[in-house]
Ligand binder design. Structure first.
Ligand code: NCD
Length: 459
């Protein structure tokens, strides 16, 4: 029996790039390539189907390519491109807006929002599939599909490629989705951040603990000016013992790279008072003349500012405008798949860790930009347990790590040292994360018997 769903609604959402399996992504690419051969012959795929684009943040490519994709599939589009003129300006919550738009207005939704985890909330309350068009600095899975698709078209594979990620790696959501996908496909990442804008700790932890990626120092002299000011890391999903053959005391030697993915400074997300004078990696004719970059594709999700000089726009290695153009066939394949009109998705989504409610009053998400903090009246916070050895607990909305010193059980109302055998055995959906003892007692928890009543090592 075919495990895929050829028709009807897919019942799927695309909130994180983890929501698609590698096989599904490759099937999407095959379909996008077929669609791209003649964009005009697909108008019978989704007639009478309506896409709603809800954009609470500015956009050119993501919104217009989704809308173009839906129109080319024969469907229609309704858009709230400027939420400043929608009921959001009257104080309507995101959840209520999504409930309404997904009732009878549209068959599929694309949402962009400044709060991290906004798309997850939308998916909880929506009656139709939700696609994340970018949630704050968190994720941008469809841009990652376009980026991977371009690599796949240009190089014929993703596994084993060496990809430089340069610029603002801290706040760039395209980077975060991209690194998870590159790791899953078995590509290597060379991180060349603007100083102070390295990959966030929670992203590196996920890469390490969920994808087996080991970051190691890299000697990036071969990249010349591009990496002159950065602390360069090589992040590889391959086993460290295999790498020890190729490294010396200075770390991995960067020699030839397959692609340089540049991002702009995400200044709209910087905290007030940020230092904007730190040197930013730049790409231009001079840098691209280095031997190590001889065959490197130049990629950028766009919009760019000054980080890629226009003097390489005509260089055949520069594919950023092709990347944007390929967004249309790719998003056509994606929309049709999520509407159940193309045989691309498996019957079951890939397994991801379960989400559980964070008990009332327990340690909340520490990220001020998380939707659980920005719309607290409308969201029930969730956690995801990634591991108990060591303990790693993440916010189910924005993926930031939740910190705590004690673990309680919601049924016995007893709190434990997280490293105790009892805490290790507590049922996942009974876990309550407690900042300190005062916090535990304030919530009505009693200490466990002696022995298991010690603070978490290293907490
Ligand atoms: C990106 C975004 O919005 O995150 N743009 C896009 O979707 N192509 C990148 C950016 O704004 O820098």
């Amino acid at each position: 029996m075919d495990a895929r769903r050829p028709s009807g609604m897919s019942g799927r959402n695309l909130i994180s790039i983890d929501d698609l399996s590698l096989a599904e992504i490759e099937r999407l690419f095959v379909k996008a390539r077929e669609i791209g051969e003649d964009l005009h012959s697909w108008a019978s795929i989704c007639p009478g189907t309506i896409l709603a684009t809800l954009f609470y943040e500015s956009s050119t490519r993501t919104r217009l390519s989704f809308e173009s994709a839906m129109l080319r599939l024969g469907g229609g589009v309704i858009t709230a491109a400027d939420m400043g003129v929608s009921s959001a300006s009257k104080g309507e919550s995101l959840a209520d807006t999504v409930r309404v738009v997904s009732s009878s207005y549209a068959d599929i939704l694309v949402l962009r929002h400044s709060s991290e985890g906004a798309a997850r909330l939308a998916a909880q309350v929506s009656n139709v599939p939700v696609i994340n068009g970018g949630d704050g600095s968190h994720e941008h899975p469809t841009q990652t599909l376009c980026d991977l698709y371009s690599l796949w078209i240009e190089r014929g594979r993703i596994q084993g490629l060496d990809v430089v990620l340069a610029g603002d790696l801290r706040y760039s959501r395209t980077i975060h989705s991209f690194v998870y996908a590159l790791a899953r496909f078995g590509a290597n990442i060379i991180s060349v951040p603007q100083p102070g804008f390295e990959l966030p700790e929670y992203v590196v932890k996920r890469l390490r603990e969920e994808f087996g990626v080991e970051p190691m120092r890299a000697n990036a002299g071969a990249l010349g000016q591009l990496a002159a000011e950065s602390d360069v890391l090589y992040l590889t999903p391959h086993k460290p013992h295999q790498l020890s053959l190729f490294t010396d005391a200075r770390g991995w030697d960067v020699e030839r790279v397959d692609a340089v993915y540049m991002t702009r400074p995400q200044t709209e997300r910087y905290p007030a008072g940020s230092d904007l004078t730190r040197p930013y990696p730049q790409l231009g004719k001079h840098t691209m003349a280095h031997e190590s970059l001889r065959d490197a594709l130049v990629m950028h999700p766009l919009p760019r500012r000054d980080e890629i000089s226009s003097d390489i726009d005509a260089d055949p290695r520069s594919i950023y405008f092709k990347q944007a153009a390929r967004g249309v066939p790719l998003r056509m394949a994606l929309l049709a798949a999520f509407l159940g009109r193309l045989d691309v998705l498996d019957a079951e989504p890939p397994a991801v860790p379960a989400l559980h409610p964070i008990a009332l009053g327990a340690s909340p998400c520490p990220n001020p930009h998380c939707i659980t903090i920005t719309e607290p009246r409308h969201v029930a916070p969730l956690f995801k347990l990634a591991s108990r050895y060591p303990w790693r607990v993440y916010c189910g909305f924005c993926s930031h790590e939740i910190h705590f010193e004690w673990v309680g059980c919601s049924t016995t109302r007893i709190y434990h040292n997280p490293d105790s055998p009892t805490a290790r055995r507590l049922r996942e959906d009974h876990l309550v994360f407690l900042r300190d003892e005062a916090h535990a007692r304030a919530l009505g928890f009693q200490p466990a018997s002696r022995g298991s009543h010690q603070p978490k090592a290293g907490a």
